[in-house]
Design a protein around this ligand. Structure first.
Ligand code: ZN
Length: 307
């Protein structure tokens, strides 16, 4: 019997609870804990199988940049001021463990990829890199993020997703893919998420040593560029984004069901995971929850009809 893995891409619009300001100032209380709890409970209540911590602390670039030596974040903008080296303490592991304690099930680790961190940053004069597409910079960030991966594995993470949205906007894929492959060594079930139009690069992305390639499908006909034979030959499944994470309008269950059927017919049910196109942080919490709930119901309806 078919049973889809349902998951999320990562971010979720749960806000920190500021509450007792004095406790906050004294550092006695972490206001983001309640946001993580809210994000995890919403995902669990929506029926999502493989949940995330909601990435509630910051956007997925500054979250890592502010913890990695060599980066400085000024006015929300990551700047590379020195040689990038692995941080002493991982960025996400405490939140990962907290999320798992709440979910009482497996949680997906999520780490931003080296190319995306490099291209989102400004390289300062005096930093030992030529530009933000300098392969040496990308590999140094990969080493720093490999430390994050190892810490997540040690904490028990089996599924770890690397976010590389910039792969679809014309960056140096040769370097980018090698850097990610280096980073994901030792991960049991590595996932790479690339949103946007991946039609021209999908064949190249198959060089990633991943279990799942995760993309968006509601706005772009990425499905048209993916062949069942090709993914099966590489042993790669497709994370099938089937709800629109940019549109506040909540799709009816039937609409999502039709989308899932298209992927089942082309790629086979065993070759897909079900998730939204991208992170949900730009939606209201109500819309995000409704989208996840409808997505899970649609996936269940399709499962029932598959013989
Ligand atoms: Zn995305």
């Amino acid at each position: 019997m078919t049973s889809f893995v349902t998951t999320v891409v990562g971010s979720y619009p749960a806000k920190p609870d500021i509450g007792d300001v004095y406790a906050l100032i004294k550092g006695e209380r972490d206001p983001f804990r309640s946001a993580i709890e809210g994000a995890v409970k919403d995902q669990v209540n929506a029926g999502i199988q493989l949940v995330s911590d909601g990435q509630v602390r910051a956007d997925f670039v500054t979250l890592f940049a502010r913890n990695i030596p060599g980066f400085k974040v000024r006015a929300g903008r990551p700047i590379i001021v020195d040689r990038i080296t692995p941080p002493e303490k991982p960025t996400t592991v405490d939140d990962y463990i907290f999320a798992r304690d709440i979910a009482k099930r497996e949680v997906k680790g999520i780490v931003t990829g080296p190319s995306t961190l490099a291209y989102a940053s400004v390289v300062n004069e005096g930093a030992p890199y030529k530009s933000n597409d300098d392969p040496e910079l990308i590999y140094d960030i990969a080493d720093a993020q490999a430390m994050e991966m190892r810490a997540l594995i040690k904490a028990g993470a089996e599924v770890i997703q690397v976010d590389e949205p910039v792969f679809s906007v014309g960056v140096d894929l040769e370097t980018g893919i090698q850097a990610v492959n280096k980073m994901i060594e030792g991960v049991k079930t590595p996932v790479v998420h690339v949103c946007g139009d991946v039609r021209d690069i999908f064949q190249k992305l198959l060089e990633l040593n991943v279990s799942v390639l995760d993309h968006e499908f509601t706005r772009v006909d990425n499905l048209g560029a993916i062949e069942r034979e090709a993914i099966e030959a590489h042993g790669i499944k497709v994370g099938y984004g089937c709800v629109d994470s940019n549109d506040a309008k909540v799709e009816p269950i039937e609409v999502i069901e039709k989308r899932i059927w298209k992927a089942v017919e082309k790629l086979d049910a065993d070759n897909i995971w079900i998730d939204p196109d991208c992170g949900l942080r730009n939606l209201t919490r109500e819309a995000a929850f409704a989208k996840l709930s409808n997505m899970v119901k649609a996936a269940k309806n399709v499962e029932k009809e598959i013989k």
